[in-house]
Design a protein around this ligand. Structure first.
Ligand SMILES: Cc1ncc(COP(=O)(O)O)c(C=O)c1O
Length: 378
């Protein structure tokens, strides 16, 4: 582990409820021998699905049918099942934000989809650009298999799409008859009052598939997420399931802990991570010469940072690596792999001290790797 782990969307180890989960396991497992002797079924442990439906309803104000929820091995399994099901042949098109989660880009490229990136602004995917892209694709006789979007705490930019734009996105999707996959895995990582209703809850005619996770409020080591999709799509996705269903052990222990502690845990976790976010924003603001712009995320786990155009990006990454600073380069999130003078810093896992020192040392690395002397400060 590098001394300054600022790369990945890991969570805060200090708020992981290890003892509480151990207690929950000892309460619930003795009564589950019969169930453990069987496969869990393609939707997974019903009590946890019910709890996830309640979680959704409490946050989004709308019921989620429990029999339309499938538990998954993290949200990543949902992301890949959509692609495996809907991409029928190499070159089938998926439309997504121009900057998106690197894991999704990889997963869709492995399925040999053609990715079409839509430019973003501070409010997320731009609707004029989306409409242009769909029109151009239609002119070439191409209909995308789906639009994959991160409208809430966008990864990597941190943007939150306002409600009017969400409605517009769904109207455009309806007009072009393209299903929408809403990856909402950061839904409960929230540090300021900024809730905007999920796409799933807004009026739409095309199928909207909604993906969530427990990775970002508890820990990615759990590998528990879920998705919901209308029929017959849900069955189509589940036909691609090759794991005989999600782990009953994980689901049962989590259910037993979360049934009484979900929202307390979320509040406690977010309060701790907010301190880390604030420390990162404060440290970044001390170096306006090299951190020319950065997002101020209200949720999620990342800050998206613009460096001067004159930065030698490769040299900077190498220098930072040699000093123990691990960050994610902007290029990793670009659908076409373009080298852009951005980096993504994660604040969930490192300590406040690691954040402060790491960001300050990173600023030095950026200063020392300028191609033009004007940025080479003493
Ligand atoms: C947008 C997005 N989707 C999906 C994932 C996968 O998360 P998990 O499979 O742990 O739920 C991540 C992880 O960082 C992510 O950022």
């Amino acid at each position: 582990m590098e001394p300054y782990p600022l790369r990945s969307g890991w969570t805060n180890p200090d708020s992981f409820p290890s003892q509480e989960l151990a207690d929950a396991a000892s309460r619930i497992l003795p009564g589950l021998s019969e169930e453990m002797a069987q496969y869990p079924g393609e939707l997974g442990y019903e009590p946890l699905r019910r709890l996830m439906a309640e979680r959704f309803e409490k946050r989004e104000g709308m019921a989620l049918p429990v029999d339309e929820i499938a538990l998954t091995t993290g949200s990543m399994q949902g992301v890949t099942l959509m692609a495996q099901t809907l991409i029928k042949k190499p070159g089938d098109v998926i439309v997504m934000e121009e900057f998106s989660y690197a894991g999704t880009i990889d997963a869709y490229q492995i399925e040999r989809a053609e990715l079409v990136g839509i430019p973003l602004d501070e409010d997320g995917m731009r609707m004029d650009a989306l409409e242009d892209a769909l029109r151009n694709l239609a002119a070439k006789g191409k209909k995308p298999k789906f639009i994959y979007t991160l409208v809430t705490y966008q990864n990597p930019t941190g943007s939150i799409m306002p409600i009017e734009r969400r409605r517009e996105l769904l109207q455009i999707a309806d007009r072009y008859e393209v299903p929408v996959v809403e990856d909402h895995c950061y839904a409960d990582t929230i540090y300021e009052d900024c809730h905007v209703p999920a796409l799933y809850t807004l009026p739409h005619e095309v199928p909207v598939i909604h993906i969530e996770s427990l990775s970002k409020i508890l820990g990615p080591g759990l590998r528990v997420g879920y998705f919901t999709a209308p029929q017959p799509l849900l069955d189509d996705f589940l036909n691609f399931r090759r794991d005989a269903g999600p782990s009953l052990l994980n689901a049962a222990v989590l259910y037993e802990y979360l049934r009484e502690n979900l929202w307390d845990h979320v509040d406690r976790n977010n309060a701790m991570v907010k301190l880390k976010r604030d420390a990162m924003l404060h440290e970044l603001s001390k170096s306006p010469d090299v951190f020319e712009w950065f997002s101020k995320p209200k949720g999620g786990l990342f800050v998206w940072v613009k460096m001067p155009d004159s930065t030698d990006l490769e040299a900077c990454e190498q220098l930072a690596g040699s000093r123990g600073i691990d960050y994610a380069t902007g290029k990793a999130f670009h659908v076409y792999g373009e080298d852009v003078p951005y980096l993504r810093l994660a604040f969930g896992y490192p300590t406040v001290d690691e954040i402060k020192e790491g960001v300050s040392k990173l600023a030095d690395c950026v200063r020392e790797t300028q191609r033009t002397p004007s940025h080479t400060l003493t």
